[in-house]
Design a protein around this ligand. Structure first.
Ligand code: PLP
Length: 470
């Protein structure tokens, strides 16, 4: 494919994507397909080159009918992964440049655009200047909040061992503190780091809430230290996956401080709301954390993958992770004047992810991003009022930003049946959680294309779909 032919075919691909997005509202959000149906339809690998239109035809025939349409305006499941078309264009630019930014010297712009964007976003989120490069910290774009949590844990293990961990590994006394609502990626990080399940301490919630009790944390830390164990990391969540609960970051950090425990704030979904001054209170106490993570690929219009991770000490991740074989040695690294992002992650190679994030911020402006977040929060607030006012419906947890959790007073069976009925209709996709032992429907508003009419349609489907009708 030479550049001229690429130009011609590229237009066809852009046309295809534009038509797909324009026609999304008419598709069922989740396709009714059986396991194996796509594999059965996949054509054999061609021996000879095939024309692009044939591939686009296969996408229409084989792929699209079996895609769960995450960009559908009726997608309310999990947390939406909103891939604005600005970010799609940014991804195209990144692929077009095709650089690999493992070291500063392997593409200085890839590193410095990322550094600069993360500094700018730290300011826009109101993060403590200590998280910026000038303040001694810095930000990076990881592939996922799960990876961000893992590297935070590795840095915490290294720091908590007085720098011995990278030589000696773990000794079984390390402990990590979470709640029952913490995302499973923390448990996975503990497993990957070789700590074993016993290392994971579940801190109980404050009475009547789903948020971590800082008092209980303080007690557990003191008891563990007295027993000769080594508290390594505590992870307060801002916006838990189930209900959007917010752990008291400030009080957690105060409890952790006497023991030198690393505080990693997981704000994967909710953190970007800090762009809006009226929601910045959610980030109270983050200034005392060692690391803070929020996903641009959940609610900040940026196509997966773009998880933003800031650390207070720019030396912490390289201290834990840097390994330099001879072929990676270069004078820029040796000068100490540059950041090599390979030392901030597990893999060596890395894409120029910052370009799609830049395309988003450039295309919407911070004001546009705030408007996007505010619109979803307003739609969720309306839905919440409807749930509260509707006999037979129960608000299962306080609304958190754009996440509404509801159930039917009639019980778990009818609530589950309602979710299944709505999902089977194809007009919306909902997922569930369990709160206080009860089955709960989550409505996560956050898809790029979701407007009032789509939330109205969802509410109609919920009201009319319940077993006893409206
Ligand atoms: N943390 C929280 C609070 C989440 O809600 C999620 C995903 O929903 C994650 C972490 C994991 O995100 P990722 O897919 O970026 O690893």
């Amino acid at each position: 494919l030479d550049p001229e032919e690429f130009r011609r075919l590229g237009y066809a691909v852009v046309d295809w994507v534009a038509a797909y997005r324009a026609g999304l509202g008419g598709q069922p959000v989740r396709p009714p397909v059986e396991p194996g149906s796509v594999r059965d339809r996949m054509p054999a690998l061609p021996e000879s080159p095939q024309p692009l239109p044939a591939l686009l035809g296969e996408l229409d025939r084989t792929v699209v009918p079996a895609v769960t349409h995450w960009q559908h305006p009726g997608f309310f499941g999990y947390f939406p992964a909103n891939a604005s078309l600005h970010s799609v264009l940014g991804d195209l630019l990144s692929g077009g440049l095709g650089v690999q930014g493992m070291l500063w010297s392997t593409s200085p712009a890839a590193t410095e655009v990322e550094q600069s964007l993360l500094d700018g976003l730290a300011g826009a989120l109101g993060l403590d200047p200590a998280f910026t490069w000038a303040g001694g910290g810095g930000g990076t774009i990881a592939d996922s909040a799960s990876s961000a949590a893992l590297v935070a844990l590795l840095a915490a293990l290294h720091r908590g061992s007085g720098g011995a961990w990278r030589e000696t590994g773990v000794d079984g006394t390390e402990r990590v503190y979470v709640t029952a609502e913490t995302h499973s990626s923390l448990a996975k990080a503990v497993r990957v780091a070789g700590l074993g399940a016993r290392a994971l301490r579940i801190v109980p919630p404050a009475p009547g809430t789903l948020a971590m009790s800082a008092d209980a944390l303080a007690d557990m830390l003191a008891a563990d230290v007295a027993a000769g164990l080594r508290p390594v990391l505590v992870c307060p969540t801002v916006g838990t996956t189930g209900t959007g609960a917010v752990d008291p970051v400030r009080a957690v950090a105060v409890a952790a401080a006497p023991h030198g425990v690393w505080v990693h704030v997981d704000a994967a979904w909710a953190g970007v709301a800090g762009l809006c001054p009226e929601h910045r209170g959610l980030l109270d106490g983050v200034e005392f954390a060692d690391s803070f993570c929020t996903d641009a690929h959940k609610w900040l219009m940026t196509a997966f993958d773009a998880s933003l991770l800031w650390v207070r000490d720019a030396a912490a991740l390289p201290a834990a992770l840097s390994i330099t074989p001879e072929y990676l040695r270069d004078s820029a690294t040796d000068s100490g004047a540059v950041v090599d992002y390979r030392d901030w992650q597990v893999p060596l190679g890395r894409r120029f992810r910052a370009l799609k994030l830049w395309a988003v911020v450039h295309g919407f402006g911070l004001e546009g991003l705030r408007a996007h977040l505010r619109a979803h929060v307003a739609l969720a607030a309306e839905l919440e009022s409807r749930v509260v006012a509707e006999p037979g419906f129960v608000l299962a947890a306080p609304r958190s930003l754009s996440l509404v959790c509801l159930r039917l007073a009639a019980g778990d069976g009818p609530t589950r049946a309602l979710l299944e009925r709505v999902n089977a209709s194809g007009t919306a996709l909902l997922t569930h959680t369990v709160v206080d032992g009860r089955y709960v429907i989550r409505v996560a508003i956050g898809s790029v294309a979701t407007q009032r009419e789509h939330v109205d349609a969802l509410w109609d489907a919920l009201r009319t779909g319940r077993p006893d009708g409206p």
